[in-house]
Every structure is written in structure tokens, then in C-alpha cells.
Design a protein. Structure first.
Length: 454
């Protein structure tokens, strides 16, 4: 499947950010909401100042204007304290951030303290940009980081994290937690087991997927995974999914992104294999929930390979947006924004299911929203039809040139001469080819020198 990446916001400096753009950062929390990518918290090391830079501010990137704006100043204005590796989900017009790790920087800025994890749940209202700490009406899970969370219906499902393998459900309305599956015994092959830095996504209301991650094994190198698991809400059980023998599958990795594009497609991007030392990936894969097979996207102009990035879906335009992360070749942190234009068939399904502009926090697609979705799909179909027509025209011109070369000398074309017809036809062909190429791909302007020493 062919698709392409493009820059929509260039890498900028200083690395600490500016008045109208955020700092570089990785392991941030991000969601997509009403045509914007909301990013908060995260971390980077400021090499210029030789100082850790823990983040707690929040930013919104508008997909239409392609501009950033700061929506919250951070913990000095009431946000949760700076942290990274927390989960983030969208529910009821809010970003819900759970868990995370702050490295103990409040006690020791330059010496990382292991297990400085959180068990807090915070709600960031995306209409007022106000943070509220959520109080629970039940016993809650233990502190954790590098776990994953997804929303299904009116609940948030949380799995795993560093040293953990339990499955929990948080019900938003009564604000209660329920332990669904406790940590199994080591070696239990009916369960994903202890793992962290994996990714999760939910495509339907029946359950959710997790992929990859790693596990610390005492006295051994970390164990990296390239397995796909599915948690069924109805049966309250995990099952391992494997493509047919001989079919392709993504390589082992952690700190990757996994997002649901539609009810039948899940996208995997990036990540790294760190056992030890990290090799970053920049590939993109689609899991088809119907055929239960992986397909690698043939992407053009792929961003620098990275891990610990943020990836969100803008379903109404059939695209995904990439922000932040860390890479090793070259070694740098990121604050650029990249857009992945998905294959037309996938984009059409995304737009149709979204309603083409409906509020993603509201269930159901009816009336004008559904009509808008149909219009966007029709527009996409028209674009594809135009590209097909241009291809047909290109073929016709080529055939015309070939025919002109065999015209008898006594005909009118013979009288005019091939030397006249051929240049005109070639010129027309050139215009057609240029138009097709310009329509199909937009070459980004790469400018990574602005990062400096980050």
C-alpha cells in the first residue's frame, strides 16, 4: 500500500520552545480533539544547559491552520507535576492522564530515582483548559508507568507497565476501579505477561489490542516482543493473534505507537529495539482486524526514525499526525509535526466512520455530520477519479506519439512532419506528468539543523 509523509510544522529552536511553539520532548501525553492535537507533559535533556527538562505545559496544534498555541502554562498554573510515560485517553471533552514517572526529580534533579511512579488520574477539560485531580470511589491500581490505556464505551481499560501485568477497568461515571485479571504466573502462555513500553489501541467496543513492548529479566538482557494480543471484554480473557505462516509481521520493538484508524484497521508506527543500545524504526504497518494480517505501508518521505513519539489520528481527513520523540541517527529530540496521508481506501473508511467532522467526544453520527462524511468521501473519490483520468490521458498521448511515428508520408501528418507533431505531443505529455506528480506528492523541506545540540 503506497502512502506518504509530509512536514506540516518544521523542527524549531530553541529546544526549550518559544512563545508560539512547544519544546522538543518525548514520552508526552497526547490526544486528538476537534481538529487539534493536544500535547502535554513529557521530558527532554537540555544538552546546552546540561540540565534535565521535565515538562508540564500543554499545547494545541491545529490541523487546519498548522499552527501551535499554548493552552496551559503547567504545574505553576495548576497542572499535574511534570512527568513522562503516563497514559492519555480522550473522553467527555477531556484528556485523562493516568500514572507516569518523574524520575524523582523533585528530590534529586540529576540522579534518576527508579520507581518514582504515580497512581494519579487527572482530567484536563479541553473546553476550559482546566486540570482537575480525580478522586476514586474504590480501591485503585498500584502506581505505574510505561503502561497503556484505551477507552471503550464509558470505561478506560489499563494494562501492565513496568514490572506489572494486571488488567483494570476504570468506569468514568461512578469513578470506580475494577480488577479484571490479576498478574498471572510467569510463563503463562494465555496472557501477555509482565511487560512495559508496549502500545494499545481499541478499534471496536468488543475489546482492545496491545503490541510489542519489553520485559526486564534479572541477570539477562531485556526481552523484546513482536506479538499482538487482544483483550476481549465479553470473555474477560486475553488471546494471542498470529498472522498466517509466512506472512509479514513487524519486528520486535518497544516505545512504539499503535492507533485505531477505523473499525477494521489499526496502525503501528516506529519504536525501537533496545537490548541494550537502541535501534529506532520508522516503518508503518496496518493490522486488518478482518483478515487478521499485517501489511507494511510503502511510505515516501518517512520522518527520521524514532521512538517515544506521540501519534494521533485525525479521522475526519483520513490522516495521522506525528509529534516529538527521540532518535539516534541523528541523535536528537523532535518538535516538528509530520502528517501521514493514508491510502485512499483506508482514508475513505476513516472519513465515512467519522461523519466527516463530528465531535469525536460525542457518540453517534447523524444528520449534518453524516452528510459531511459522505461529502468528504465523495471528494476523495473524485480526487482518485481525476488521478485515474490523468493516467489515461498520459497513456493516450504516448499512444498518439507512437501512432504519429508510423503515419504515411502522404497523409496530412506526413505533410506537417513528425518533427512538428512530436515536440508538441512531448510538451503536452510533460505538462500532464508534472500535474500528476504535483497532485500525488508534496515534497517536504527538510531542515534538521535547527536542533543544534539537542
Amino acid at each position: 500500500m503506497a502512502t506518504g509523509w509530509s512536514f506540516v510544522a518544521q523542527q524549531r529552536q530553541p529546544v526549550a520552545g518559544g512563545r508560539n511553539f512547544p519544546s522538543v520532548r518525548y514520552s508526552a501525553s497526547a490526544v486528538s480533539y476537534k481538529g487539534e492535537m493536544i500535547v502535554t507533559h513529557g521530558y527532554f535533556y537540555n544538552h546546552g544547559l546540561r540540565h534535565p527538562a521535565w515538562q508540564s505545559n500543554a499545547w494545541a496544534f491545529n490541523f487546519a491552520s498548522q499552527n501551535w498555541r499554548q493552552v496551559h502554562e503547567g504545574e505553576r498554573a495548576g497542572a499535574p507535576s511534570a512527568r513522562y510515560s503516563a497514559s492519555a485517553v480522550l473522553y467527555d471533552h477531556a484528556l485523562w492522564m493516568y500514572g507516569g514517572d518523574d524520575g524523582g526529580h523533585k528530590k534529586s534533579m540529576f540522579n534518576y530515582i527508579f520507581q518514582a511512579w504515580f497512581d494519579e488520574l487527572w482530567r484536563f477539560d479541553l473546553r476550559t483548559y482546566v486540570w482537575h485531580k480525580v478522586r476514586f470511589n474504590s480501591a485503585a491500581p498500584s502506581k505505574r508507568a510505561l503502561h497503556s490505556a484505551v477507552v471503550v464505551d464509558k470505561s478506560m481499560y489499563v494494562y501492565g507497565g513496568l514490572e506489572l501485568a494486571d488488567t483494570w477497568r476504570y468506569d468514568f461515571e461512578p469513578s470506580t476501579w475494577t480488577l479484571l485479571i490479576a498478574t498471572p504466573a510467569d510463563g503463562d502462555e494465555t496472557h501477555p505477561g509482565r511487560r512495559h513500553a508496549f502500545a494499545a489501541a481499541s478499534a471496536t467496543a468488543s475489546g482492545f489490542y496491545i503490541y510489542g513492548g519489553c520485559r526486564h529479566v534479572k541477570g539477562m538482557r531485556p526481552q523484546a516482543f513482536n506479538d499482538l494480543w487482544y483483550y476481549s471484554i465479553g470473555s474477560n480473557a486475553w488471546s494471542k493473534l498470529a498472522p498466517s505462516a509466512g506472512m509479514p509481521t513487524p519486528s520486535p520493538r518497544s516505545h512504539l505507537s499503535l492507533v485505531a484508524l477505523s473499525t477494521t484497521k489499526v496502525l503501528l508506527y516506529g519504536g525501537a529495539l533496545c537490548i541494550p543500545g537502541c535501534t529506532c524504526h520508522g516503518d508503518s504497518w496496518v493490522w486488518d482486524t478482518s483478515s487478521k494480517q499485517w501489511s507494511e505501508l510503502n511510505t515516501t518521505d518517512a520522518p527520521i526514525h524514532r521512538y517515544r513519539q506521540s501519534l494521533v489520528v485525525h479521522q475526519q481527513e483520513g490522516a495521522v499526525y506525528l509529534y516529538g520523540g527521540e532518535s539516534y541517527r541523528p541523535y536528537m529530540y523532535h518538535n516538528a509535526v509530520n502528517r501521514l496521508k493514508l491510502p485512499a481506501a483506508i482514508a475513505r473508511q476513516m472519513i465515512a466512520e467519522s461523519g466527516g467532522g463530528a465531535d469525536p467526544s460525542s457518540p453517534g453520527l447523524v444528520g449534518p455530520a453524516a452528510a459531511s462524511g459522505a461529502l468528504r468521501v465523495a471528494t476523495l473519490d473524485a480526487r482518485d477519479a481525476l488521478a485515474s483520468s490523468m493516467n489515461d490521458l498520459t497513456g493516450s498521448v504516448r499512444q498518439g506519439i507512437a501512432s504519429a511515428a508510423s503515419v504515411p508520408s502522404g497523409s496530412i501528418f506526413g505533410a506537417v512532419g513528425l518533427t512538428t507533431v512530436a515536440p508538441v505531443a512531448l510538451a503536452l505529455l510533460g505538462l500532464v506528468v508534472c500535474a500528476v506528480r504535483a497532485r500525488r506528492q508534496q515534497k517536504p523541506r527538510y531542515n534538521y539543523k535547527a536542533v543544534g545540540g539537542a
